[in-house]
Design a protein around this ligand. Sequence first.
Ligand SMILES: Nc1ncnc2c1ncn2[C@@H]1O[C@H](COP(=O)(O)OP(=O)(O)OP(=O)(O)O)[C@@H](O)[C@H]1O
Ligand SMILES: [Mg+2]
Length: 272
Amino acid sequence: MTTLEETAIRVTGIEKSFTDLHVLRGVDLDVQRGSIFALLGSNGAGKTTLVRILSTLLRADGGGATVNGFDVSTAAADVRQSISLTGQFAAVDEVLTGRENLVLVARLRHLRNPGAIADDLLRRFSLTDAGGRKSAEYSGGMRRRLDIAMSLIGDPPVVFLDEPTTGLDPEARIEVWGAVKQLAASGTTVLLTTQYLDEAEQLADRIAILHEGTIIANGTLAELKALLPPAKVEYVEKQPTLEEIFLSLVGRRADRAATSGIDRASGAQEES
Ligand SMILES: Nc1ncnc2c1ncn2[C@@H]1O[C@H](COP(=O)(O)OP(=O)(O)OP(=O)(O)O)[C@@H](O)[C@H]1O
Ligand SMILES: [Mg+2]
């Protein structure tokens, strides 16, 4: 059991129904500070519902949760000060450039030096060269990185990413993974939802599976693997995955790109 200071998110017995649909039936989980926690589940499992409860957009019917030490039901304002939420659909203003979007959010948050904050985030997310272009012209991966960058203004200690890479191509997904890894490396706690099992494998320190309203498994990848009988040794021809083929044809290696920080990836130019 971890202490409260080490626990960024604590969920105990959360229940939520929509009329007669009992979506969450007693969800328990803890997320350690500075870790990446992946919540897996099929469509309709209740992942977004849980994220909405943790970000105070929705009230639970029962149970409780704390985020950054604050109770979501009694200290909602403190919770909101502690978090950012990036939903599945990017919240960027397409009329503005990438840099203008960042400056706007920094201004809205009454931060000093909005321009410097914007430039720093553009650099961290490999968007410096694209910063002066209208975000309407960005690719899906660039837009998603800008969206995550916007949500980080003000340095929230806890970040919720609801399906951060849905709809992105493999290269763009790897770029987002790099950004998420770097976030956690700098001490930010990340709770992400995903339907991509490889995303959880690549990114998460811990993985939980939400199924029929409860967490049916929760552990490190190694712990989850140990739930199944030990692997049998079989001799089979190793076929490359389609993802490996795609990435090798376009000149990237999944493992190399995913482990490189986004700073290093900034050598790759965004613009054609
Ligand atoms: N505001 C709402 N009113 C009624 N039903 C809702 C509402 N929000 C969610 N639901 C239902 O609750 C269930 C869980 O939805 P939720 O969006 O949390 O699932 P999810 O795990 O995020 O799914 P997906 O992977 O498709 O995003 C679904 O059956 C959904 O239709
Ligand atoms: Mg969802």
